[in-house]
Design a protein around this ligand. Structure first.
Ligand code: TRP
Length: 328
Protein backbone atom coordinates (compact mmCIF):
# COMPACT_ATOMS: atom_id res chain seq x y z
CA UNK A 1 0.00 0.00 0.00
CA UNK A 2 1.23 3.50 -0.81
CA UNK A 3 2.46 5.59 2.10
CA UNK A 4 0.18 8.42 3.13
CA UNK A 5 0.65 12.10 2.49
CA UNK A 6 4.22 13.38 2.45
CA UNK A 7 4.38 17.14 2.34
CA UNK A 8 6.62 17.56 -0.70
CA UNK A 9 5.11 20.97 -1.46
CA UNK A 10 6.63 22.46 1.68
CA UNK A 11 9.49 24.77 0.84
CA UNK A 12 12.86 24.43 2.50
CA UNK A 13 15.58 27.02 3.05
CA UNK A 14 19.37 26.60 2.69
CA UNK A 15 19.70 24.40 5.78
CA UNK A 16 17.04 22.05 4.44
CA UNK A 17 14.68 23.41 7.09
CA UNK A 18 11.10 24.27 6.32
CA UNK A 19 10.49 27.83 7.55
CA UNK A 20 6.79 27.03 7.88
CA UNK A 21 7.56 24.04 10.15
CA UNK A 22 9.89 26.17 12.28
CA UNK A 23 7.39 29.03 12.51
CA UNK A 24 4.52 26.70 13.46
CA UNK A 25 6.59 24.91 16.12
CA UNK A 26 8.04 28.07 17.68
CA UNK A 27 4.62 29.70 17.83
CA UNK A 28 2.90 26.57 19.13
CA UNK A 29 5.46 25.96 21.87
CA UNK A 30 5.06 29.56 23.05
CA UNK A 31 1.33 29.23 23.77
CA UNK A 32 0.04 28.54 27.30
CA UNK A 33 -1.25 25.17 26.04
CA UNK A 34 1.64 24.02 23.86
CA UNK A 35 0.48 22.71 20.50
CA UNK A 36 1.91 21.72 17.12
CA UNK A 37 -0.35 21.57 14.02
CA UNK A 38 -1.11 17.98 13.03
CA UNK A 39 -0.02 18.49 9.42
CA UNK A 40 3.60 18.13 10.57
CA UNK A 41 3.03 14.49 11.48
CA UNK A 42 3.37 13.43 7.89
CA UNK A 43 7.01 13.16 6.95
CA UNK A 44 8.00 9.85 5.38
CA UNK A 45 8.30 8.00 8.70
CA UNK A 46 5.06 9.56 9.92
CA UNK A 47 3.21 8.60 6.76
CA UNK A 48 4.38 5.01 7.11
CA UNK A 49 3.36 4.89 10.77
CA UNK A 50 -0.03 6.33 9.86
CA UNK A 51 -0.62 3.54 7.33
CA UNK A 52 0.25 1.09 10.12
CA UNK A 53 -2.23 2.77 12.52
CA UNK A 54 -5.07 2.03 10.10
CA UNK A 55 -4.20 -1.70 10.33
CA UNK A 56 -4.20 -1.92 14.14
CA UNK A 57 -6.97 -4.10 15.59
CA UNK A 58 -8.08 -1.25 17.91
CA UNK A 59 -8.33 1.26 15.04
CA UNK A 60 -11.82 0.45 13.76
CA UNK A 61 -12.64 3.51 11.53
CA UNK A 62 -10.92 2.28 8.36
CA UNK A 63 -12.53 -1.17 8.50
CA UNK A 64 -15.94 0.22 9.44
CA UNK A 65 -15.96 2.73 6.59
CA UNK A 66 -14.72 0.13 4.12
CA UNK A 67 -17.53 -2.16 5.22
CA UNK A 68 -20.13 0.54 4.47
CA UNK A 69 -18.61 1.26 1.07
CA UNK A 70 -18.68 -2.44 0.22
CA UNK A 71 -22.17 -3.21 1.50
CA UNK A 72 -24.05 -0.16 0.18
CA UNK A 73 -22.89 -0.21 -3.42
CA UNK A 74 -26.40 -0.61 -4.84
CA UNK A 75 -27.69 2.35 -2.84
CA UNK A 76 -24.82 4.60 -3.94
CA UNK A 77 -25.62 3.62 -7.52
CA UNK A 78 -29.20 4.63 -7.11
CA UNK A 79 -28.73 7.87 -5.14
CA UNK A 80 -25.63 9.20 -6.88
CA UNK A 81 -26.12 7.80 -10.34
CA UNK A 82 -23.67 7.56 -13.24
CA UNK A 83 -21.88 10.35 -15.09
CA UNK A 84 -20.51 12.42 -12.21
CA UNK A 85 -16.97 13.69 -11.80
CA UNK A 86 -15.77 12.29 -8.47
CA UNK A 87 -13.58 14.85 -6.70
CA UNK A 88 -11.64 13.31 -3.83
CA UNK A 89 -10.31 15.68 -1.18
CA UNK A 90 -6.93 14.46 0.02
CA UNK A 91 -6.86 11.45 -2.28
CA UNK A 92 -4.85 8.74 -0.79
CA UNK A 93 -6.67 5.71 0.26
CA UNK A 94 -5.84 3.07 -2.29
CA UNK A 95 -8.63 0.85 -0.95
CA UNK A 96 -11.72 3.02 -0.49
CA UNK A 97 -11.74 4.97 -3.75
CA UNK A 98 -11.99 1.97 -6.13
CA UNK A 99 -14.89 0.65 -4.06
CA UNK A 100 -16.84 3.84 -4.73
CA UNK A 101 -15.77 4.26 -8.36
CA UNK A 102 -16.67 0.66 -9.09
CA UNK A 103 -20.22 1.28 -7.89
CA UNK A 104 -21.33 4.49 -9.50
CA UNK A 105 -19.95 4.52 -13.04
CA UNK A 106 -18.39 8.01 -12.90
CA UNK A 107 -17.48 10.19 -15.91
CA UNK A 108 -14.15 11.32 -14.44
CA UNK A 109 -12.02 11.10 -11.31
CA UNK A 110 -10.26 14.18 -9.87
CA UNK A 111 -7.94 13.39 -6.96
CA UNK A 112 -6.78 16.47 -5.03
CA UNK A 113 -3.70 16.24 -2.86
CA UNK A 114 -1.03 18.54 -1.49
CA UNK A 115 1.65 15.95 -2.28
CA UNK A 116 2.45 15.68 -5.99
CA UNK A 117 4.32 12.37 -5.67
CA UNK A 118 1.61 10.77 -3.72
CA UNK A 119 -1.01 12.12 -6.08
CA UNK A 120 0.66 10.74 -9.20
CA UNK A 121 1.11 7.31 -7.61
CA UNK A 122 -2.53 7.02 -6.60
CA UNK A 123 -3.76 8.46 -9.92
CA UNK A 124 -1.74 5.84 -11.80
CA UNK A 125 -2.99 2.92 -9.75
CA UNK A 126 -6.58 4.16 -10.24
CA UNK A 127 -6.11 4.56 -13.99
CA UNK A 128 -4.88 0.94 -14.13
CA UNK A 129 -7.94 -0.33 -12.31
CA UNK A 130 -10.38 1.71 -14.39
CA UNK A 131 -9.14 1.83 -17.97
CA UNK A 132 -11.16 4.39 -19.90
CA UNK A 133 -11.94 6.54 -16.87
CA UNK A 134 -10.45 10.02 -17.34
CA UNK A 135 -8.26 10.82 -14.31
CA UNK A 136 -7.29 14.46 -13.71
CA UNK A 137 -5.02 14.79 -10.67
CA UNK A 138 -4.76 18.27 -9.14
CA UNK A 139 -1.86 19.17 -6.87
CA UNK A 140 -3.42 21.58 -4.42
CA UNK A 141 -4.12 22.34 -0.79
CA UNK A 142 -7.82 21.56 -0.57
CA UNK A 143 -8.19 23.84 2.44
CA UNK A 144 -7.92 26.71 -0.05
CA UNK A 145 -9.99 27.43 -3.12
CA UNK A 146 -9.18 24.90 -5.83
CA UNK A 147 -9.67 25.37 -9.58
CA UNK A 148 -10.99 22.13 -11.08
CA UNK A 149 -9.72 21.05 -14.51
CA UNK A 150 -11.56 22.47 -17.52
CA UNK A 151 -12.36 18.92 -18.66
CA UNK A 152 -14.83 18.39 -15.80
CA UNK A 153 -16.32 21.91 -15.82
CA UNK A 154 -19.66 20.82 -17.23
CA UNK A 155 -20.05 17.54 -15.35
CA UNK A 156 -22.10 17.20 -12.16
CA UNK A 157 -19.76 16.60 -9.22
CA UNK A 158 -19.58 14.22 -6.30
CA UNK A 159 -17.18 15.29 -3.55
CA UNK A 160 -15.65 12.31 -1.70
CA UNK A 161 -14.11 12.95 1.73
CA UNK A 162 -13.64 9.67 3.59
CA UNK A 163 -11.69 8.82 6.73
CA UNK A 164 -13.40 11.28 9.09
CA UNK A 165 -10.69 13.81 8.24
CA UNK A 166 -13.34 16.50 8.79
CA UNK A 167 -13.16 15.45 12.45
CA UNK A 168 -9.52 16.50 12.66
CA UNK A 169 -10.64 20.13 12.29
CA UNK A 170 -12.24 22.36 14.88
CA UNK A 171 -15.80 23.31 13.93
CA UNK A 172 -14.92 26.68 12.49
CA UNK A 173 -12.28 25.22 10.16
CA UNK A 174 -14.56 22.33 9.25
CA UNK A 175 -17.35 24.74 8.25
CA UNK A 176 -14.91 26.84 6.22
CA UNK A 177 -13.79 23.71 4.37
CA UNK A 178 -17.35 22.47 3.73
CA UNK A 179 -18.25 25.87 2.29
CA UNK A 180 -15.11 25.92 0.14
CA UNK A 181 -15.99 22.45 -1.12
CA UNK A 182 -19.47 23.61 -2.00
CA UNK A 183 -18.07 26.58 -3.93
CA UNK A 184 -15.57 24.33 -5.73
CA UNK A 185 -18.09 21.62 -6.62
CA UNK A 186 -20.92 23.96 -7.57
CA UNK A 187 -24.66 23.84 -7.99
CA UNK A 188 -26.23 20.40 -8.08
CA UNK A 189 -23.21 18.70 -6.51
CA UNK A 190 -23.24 15.99 -3.88
CA UNK A 191 -20.85 15.15 -1.07
CA UNK A 192 -20.12 11.69 0.35
CA UNK A 193 -18.36 12.20 3.67
CA UNK A 194 -17.16 9.90 6.45
CA UNK A 195 -17.78 10.95 10.03
CA UNK A 196 -16.82 8.87 13.05
CA UNK A 197 -19.38 8.40 15.83
CA UNK A 198 -19.41 9.21 19.54
CA UNK A 199 -19.07 5.98 21.49
CA UNK A 200 -17.69 4.46 24.69
CA UNK A 201 -14.61 6.56 25.57
CA UNK A 202 -12.70 3.37 26.37
CA UNK A 203 -13.14 2.15 22.80
CA UNK A 204 -12.14 5.56 21.45
CA UNK A 205 -9.08 5.91 23.63
CA UNK A 206 -7.90 2.42 22.67
CA UNK A 207 -8.29 3.28 18.97
CA UNK A 208 -5.87 6.18 19.48
CA UNK A 209 -3.54 4.34 21.86
CA UNK A 210 -3.09 0.86 20.37
CA UNK A 211 -1.41 -1.85 22.41
CA UNK A 212 1.42 -2.26 19.88
CA UNK A 213 2.35 1.39 20.42
CA UNK A 214 2.11 2.45 16.78
CA UNK A 215 0.00 5.57 17.48
CA UNK A 216 2.42 6.45 20.29
CA UNK A 217 5.35 6.14 17.88
CA UNK A 218 3.44 8.26 15.35
CA UNK A 219 2.87 10.98 17.93
CA UNK A 220 6.45 10.88 19.25
CA UNK A 221 7.77 11.04 15.67
CA UNK A 222 6.65 14.68 15.68
CA UNK A 223 8.98 15.47 18.59
CA UNK A 224 11.76 13.50 16.92
CA UNK A 225 11.26 15.59 13.76
CA UNK A 226 11.53 18.79 15.79
CA UNK A 227 14.85 17.55 17.19
CA UNK A 228 16.35 16.44 13.88
CA UNK A 229 14.98 19.13 11.58
CA UNK A 230 14.88 22.17 13.85
CA UNK A 231 17.89 21.56 16.07
CA UNK A 232 15.73 20.56 19.01
CA UNK A 233 16.94 19.09 22.30
CA UNK A 234 13.65 17.61 23.52
CA UNK A 235 14.38 14.57 25.75
CA UNK A 236 12.18 12.09 23.88
CA UNK A 237 12.36 9.47 26.66
CA UNK A 238 10.64 11.98 28.96
CA UNK A 239 7.58 12.38 26.73
CA UNK A 240 4.72 9.93 26.63
CA UNK A 241 1.81 9.58 24.23
CA UNK A 242 -1.61 10.34 25.70
CA UNK A 243 -5.00 9.88 24.00
CA UNK A 244 -7.83 11.33 26.05
CA UNK A 245 -11.53 11.85 25.49
CA UNK A 246 -12.67 15.48 25.86
CA UNK A 247 -16.39 15.13 26.49
CA UNK A 248 -17.21 18.85 26.25
CA UNK A 249 -15.93 19.00 22.70
CA UNK A 250 -16.73 15.36 21.82
CA UNK A 251 -13.24 14.67 20.66
CA UNK A 252 -10.23 12.46 21.20
CA UNK A 253 -7.19 14.59 21.87
CA UNK A 254 -3.65 13.40 21.37
CA UNK A 255 -0.96 14.94 23.52
CA UNK A 256 2.72 14.45 24.31
CA UNK A 257 2.99 14.59 28.10
CA UNK A 258 6.16 15.40 30.05
CA UNK A 259 6.88 12.65 32.59
CA UNK A 260 9.24 15.04 34.46
CA UNK A 261 10.08 18.73 34.31
CA UNK A 262 12.74 19.73 31.79
CA UNK A 263 14.03 22.59 29.65
CA UNK A 264 14.90 22.27 25.97
CA UNK A 265 15.81 24.31 22.92
CA UNK A 266 14.35 24.52 19.44
CA UNK A 267 16.03 26.60 16.73
CA UNK A 268 18.02 28.41 19.40
CA UNK A 269 14.99 29.28 21.56
CA UNK A 270 14.53 27.97 25.07
CA UNK A 271 11.34 26.30 26.34
CA UNK A 272 10.29 24.51 29.49
CA UNK A 273 7.83 21.79 30.35
CA UNK A 274 6.65 21.01 33.87
CA UNK A 275 5.93 17.40 34.84
CA UNK A 276 2.45 16.56 33.53
CA UNK A 277 2.40 19.45 31.05
CA UNK A 278 1.47 18.49 27.48
CA UNK A 279 1.95 19.43 23.85
CA UNK A 280 -1.40 19.09 22.08
CA UNK A 281 -0.86 17.43 18.68
CA UNK A 282 -4.21 16.22 17.28
CA UNK A 283 -7.99 16.35 17.65
CA UNK A 284 -10.37 13.74 16.30
CA UNK A 285 -13.93 14.95 16.73
CA UNK A 286 -16.70 12.38 16.97
CA UNK A 287 -20.29 12.99 15.94
CA UNK A 288 -23.87 12.10 16.74
CA UNK A 289 -26.50 11.99 14.00
CA UNK A 290 -27.61 15.48 14.91
CA UNK A 291 -24.16 17.03 15.36
CA UNK A 292 -23.02 15.64 12.00
CA UNK A 293 -26.13 17.05 10.32
CA UNK A 294 -25.70 20.43 11.99
CA UNK A 295 -22.08 20.67 10.83
CA UNK A 296 -23.03 19.78 7.26
CA UNK A 297 -25.92 22.25 7.20
CA UNK A 298 -23.66 25.00 8.56
CA UNK A 299 -21.34 24.27 5.65
CA UNK A 300 -24.08 24.50 3.04
CA UNK A 301 -24.87 20.79 2.63
CA UNK A 302 -28.21 19.08 3.23
CA UNK A 303 -27.90 15.49 4.46
CA UNK A 304 -29.81 13.11 2.24
CA UNK A 305 -28.83 9.64 3.40
CA UNK A 306 -26.78 8.26 6.27
CA UNK A 307 -25.29 4.77 6.53
CA UNK A 308 -23.64 3.02 9.48
CA UNK A 309 -21.51 -0.12 9.64
CA UNK A 310 -23.20 -3.15 11.23
CA UNK A 311 -21.65 -2.40 14.63
CA UNK A 312 -22.74 1.26 14.39
CA UNK A 313 -19.31 2.74 14.95
CA UNK A 314 -18.89 4.94 11.88
CA UNK A 315 -21.13 6.94 9.52
CA UNK A 316 -21.02 7.76 5.85
CA UNK A 317 -23.32 10.61 4.83
CA UNK A 318 -24.52 11.66 1.39
CA UNK A 319 -25.45 15.34 1.22
CA UNK A 320 -26.67 17.74 -1.48
CA UNK A 321 -25.38 21.26 -2.11
CA UNK A 322 -27.98 23.44 -0.48
CA UNK A 323 -29.44 26.46 -2.23
CA UNK A 324 -29.19 29.13 0.44
CA UNK A 325 -32.37 30.89 1.43
CA UNK A 326 -33.05 33.43 4.10
CA UNK A 327 -36.53 32.44 5.30
CA UNK A 328 -37.83 29.14 6.72
N1 TRP B 1 -9.11 11.18 10.53
C1 TRP B 1 -8.73 9.92 11.15
C2 TRP B 1 -9.02 9.93 12.63
O1 TRP B 1 -9.13 10.96 13.23
C3 TRP B 1 -7.30 9.58 10.88
C4 TRP B 1 -6.27 10.35 11.65
C5 TRP B 1 -5.84 11.61 11.45
C6 TRP B 1 -5.53 9.84 12.78
N2 TRP B 1 -4.86 11.93 12.35
C7 TRP B 1 -4.64 10.88 13.17
C8 TRP B 1 -5.51 8.62 13.46
C9 TRP B 1 -3.79 10.71 14.24
C10 TRP B 1 -4.64 8.47 14.52
C11 TRP B 1 -3.80 9.50 14.91
O2 TRP B 1 -9.16 8.88 13.21
Amino acid sequence: MAAAKALTLVEVDRDGVSPAFRADVLKGLSEPQKAVPARWFYDEAGSRLFEDITQRPEYYPTRAETEILTDRCAEFRELIGPGRAVVEFGSGSSVKTPLLLGCIDPAAYVPLDISGDFLRASAESLADKFPGLPVHPVEADFMRDVALPEAVANLPKLGFFPGSTIGNMVARTAVDLLRTMRATLGEGSQLLIGMDLIKDPGVLEAAYDDAAGVTAAFNLNLARRINTELGGTIPLESLRHVARWNDDFARIEMHLEATRGFAFEVAGRRFEMAAGETIHTENSHKFSRRSSFTLLLAGGWTPRCRWLDTRERFSLILADATVPRSAP
